[in-house]
Design a protein around this ligand. Structure first.
Ligand code: NAP
Length: 251
């Protein structure tokens, strides 16, 4: 007997899924039976992932959207709903870093990170909730970070955005529960992706040393947590933050 994730033919949209963690999430949901919208600011990257998913069997379509733009997000949802008719699962994954110490941080770097990482989640949740409220069901999973819980020197903009995502998650869990819409977050630690590849080697060594399991996580580690929260196995979990970090927040 095999486990049924309850995801066959469910319609999922994953932002920032042209590469890295988002790509792994999109592929994992497809492997569990979802039809997946692959959204990214880089359309060619999104289309390549959508083609990988179609090769697996499920339907997939690529969408180009900057999640910090209300008009882009509205157009993306309009196209997604024309293609898939409804939305069952939204994964807010798109995110960026612009790291530097407080006194060197430019206002533009603060605004850009908060606009993409935090306002982007608000805009996408608002669009998805309109359809999910009518359907009286849905799952929203927001990709936060352990730095939104513990903080991290040199990331005041990024940690504020990720703490904001946790606030959005807990608030919407309360606001949308009466319509059976479940809202959770996943907080990854140090995961090997293009985002972390650009860190200096000394910083990578420090983070690995601070991680009790003594190695980086993989995009698949995060995707498996998202799969669990999206699945029927997590139907009594809302407003939670699932930490996937090899023990980093324990330090
Ligand atoms: P990544 O490799 O940089 O991938 C992020 C994706 O988001 C890229 O495809 C990027 O497109 C896209 N993107 C950037 N700005 C966008 C925008 N305005 N609208 C739509 N898409 C946009 O990063 P990752 O490491 O996979 O991170 C994915 C998520 O996990 C992020 O929210 C990140 O904060 C979070 N996270 C990562 C780690 C980690 O250790 N890697 C840890 C904790 C949390 P381009 O390629 O065109 O820029």
């Amino acid at each position: 007997m095999t486990i049924d994730f309850g995801l066959l033919n469910r319609k999922a949209l994953v932002t920032g899924s042209g590469r890295g963690i988002g790509r792994a999430i999109a592929l994992r949901l497809a492997q569990a039976g979802c039809d997946v919208g692959v959204s990214d600011i880089d359309f060619a990257a999104a289309e390549a992932v959508a083609a990988e998913i179609r090769a697996l069997g499920p339907s997939s379509c690529a969408f180009k959207a900057d999640v910090s733009s209300a008009s882009d997000v509205e157009a993306m949802f309009s196209s997604f709903l024309s293609t898939f008719q409804t939305i069952d699962i939204l994964v807010n994954n798109a995110g960026i870093t612009r790291d530097t110490l407080l006194v060197r941080m430019k206002e533009t770097d603060w605004d850009l990170v908060l606009d993409i990482n935090c306002k982007g989640v608000f805009l996408c949740c608002r669009e998805a909730a309109r359809t999910m409220m009518r359907a009286r069901r849905g799952k929203i999973i927001n990709i936060a970070s352990v730095v939104g819980i513990n903080g991290n020197a040199g990331q005041v903009n990024y940690s504020a955005s990720k703490a904001g995502i946790i606030g959005i998650t807990r608030t919407l869990a309360k606001e949308l529960a009466s319509r059976s819409i479940l809202v959770n977050a996943v907080a990854p630690g140090f995961i090997k992706t293009p985002m972390t590849d650009k860190l200096p080697d000394t910083e990578k060594e420090r983070l690995i040393n601070d991680t009790p399991l003594k190695h980086m996580g993989t995009p698949l580690d995060v995707a498996n947590a998202v799969l669990f929260l999206a699945s029927s196995m997590a139907d009594y979990i809302t407003g939670d933050v699932l930490v996937v970090d090899g023990g980093l927040v324990l330090r």
